[in-house]
Design a protein around this ligand. Structure first.
Ligand SMILES: [Zn+2]
Length: 66
């Protein structure tokens, strides 16, 4: 029986990537795509909702109530 290989789409370029332990850049197809994605996050190309702040405020309010 043939080995089943999981394939994922590279988040940066959409190229099909084989999910193998040998592929250190998974789920990216290459180091380049991985760096592009990390760089995009660092430059705030993606806007991340401030969920963490809201969660922390909720936790603090609960502490005060108890
Ligand atoms: Zn890619």
């Amino acid at each position: 029986m043939a080995e089943k290989i999981t394939k994922v789409a590279c988040p940066t370029c959409g190229k099909e990537v084989e999910w193998r332990p040998e592929n250190a850049f998974r789920p990216f197809c290459s180091q380049r795509c991985k760096l592009i994605d990390l760089g995009a996050w660092g430059n705030e190309a993606y806007k991340v909702p401030a969920e963490h702040d809201e969660l922390q405020q909720d936790a603090q309010q609960q502490d005060r109530n108890t």
